[in-house]
Design a protein around this ligand. Sequence first.
Ligand code: ZN
Length: 436
Amino acid sequence: MTIAAYRAEILAVPEDPLVAGPAAIRHHRDGLLVVEDGLVIACGDHDALATRFADIAVERLDGLIVPGFVDTHIHYPQTDRIASHGEQLLHWLERHIYPAEAAFADRGHAGATAAFFLDELLRNGTTTALVFATVHAHSVDALFEAALLRGMRIVSGKVLMDQGPPNLRDTVADGRADTEALIGRWRGRGRLGYAVTPRFALTSSDAQLEDAGRLVAAHPDVLMHTHIAENRGECDAVAARFTAAIDYLDVYDRFGLVGPRSVFAHGIHLDDRAMGRMAAAGAGIAFCPTSNLFLGSGLFDLALADAHGVKIGIGTDIGAGTSFSILHTLGEAYKIGQLRGHALDPFRALYLATAGGARTLNLGDRIGGLLPGQEADFVLLDPAATPLLARRTRGASLAERLFALQVLGDDRAVAATWVAGRRVGSTPTPLGTRLE
Ligand SMILES: [Zn+2]
C-alpha cells in the first residue's frame, strides 16, 4: 500500500459548467490531494483535510494541479509527418500520410515510434488518449506494450481500410480476424482499451463497414473510433458513393456504427439533424482545432453541438494537428470559437480537455475529475513557466491565469505529470518542491 499527499493549488472541473453552472468548478487555493495505490482518496482544502491525514508526509508543490489531459483523437503513426506542407485532407493523406503509415509494416519502427509518442504525450500532460494505429495489427501491439510499461490509459485499434491504397489494404476477413485477436489478446490488461477503427467511410467497403458494426455489437466493452465530415471534398465523395444515406452520419448509422460507444473525429460539416441524432445516440465528437485550421478543413460549430448536448472532447489529431499540447490546442479552440461568434470559457475548456474528454471515451467514472475513487492522473502546471507567462499571470485571477495558460502555454508549462499516482516525465523536480 502506497499513500502520498500533495499540497498545492488544485483545480478540477468534473462536471460540464454549461449544465452544472459555477458549481462545476472545484478550486482549492491551498489544496490537498491524497493518493493511495494509484487512486484519489481525497481532494479538497488543505485545512479541512490536514487532521484526517496528519500522519502522512505531505509534498508541497508550487503550481496548479489539474487532472491529466485526455486527447480524444490522435494518430501515433503520423508523429513523424507533423508539419508537412501543403494540400487539404485527401491529397495530404495520399502524399504524406499513407507513405508514413506503410513504414509501420516494420514492427521495430512501430515500437520506436510508439515509445517516443507516449513520452511526448506525458511531457505535455496527456495521460489518456484515443489513438489511431495503422492497418497492421502489430502497430497496436507495439503501442499497447509501450503504454503498459508507462501505466497509461490508452484506447486504440487496428485500422480497417480494405479500400485503402494497395500497400495499406486489409480484407474484410483479415480485418475481422485481426480485430478479434487483438481484443482477445489485450482485454483486461493494464489500463488499455480497444476501439474498432474503420478509418472513414471512403476507405472501407460496405461489407467491411457492416462487419465493423457487428464487431462493435459483439464486444460491449469496446469503442468505435472513426472520422466524419472533416473536409468538403471528402463529404462530396461520401455523398456520391452512399446515395441512399440522408447525410454523412447516416452512412455510419446504417452500418450500426452510431451509438453511445462511438467517437467521431471532426464533425465540422454536420447539420442540425446530424447533431441531433449524434446526441440522441449518445455518441461523441473529438474537436480538433489545430488540425482543422492546418488542413483548412473548416470551423467546428461547438455552439451547435452544445445546443443538442453532444458529448465533446478535445483532440490534437497529430499529424494534421500541429501540437501535442492540449493547452495550446485549447487556445486554438478559443480562436475558432471567436470566428464562430462565441468565446469559449477557460473553465469549460478545461472541462472539455479532462472530464468531458473522459465522458466522450466512456471513462467519466474513472478519470478526469480528481474525484475520490478516480484514478490519480494529474498534472502540475507552472503559470510562470516562461517570462511572458510569469508577467501575464502575476497577481491575476484564477480565470485569467487559466486562460493565459491556454493561450500562451504548451509543454513548457507542464512541470510534472503523474500517471495512476506515479510521477513520470522527463522534467526534473520543479523549483520550490520540498517535503514538509
Ligand atoms: Zn484523424
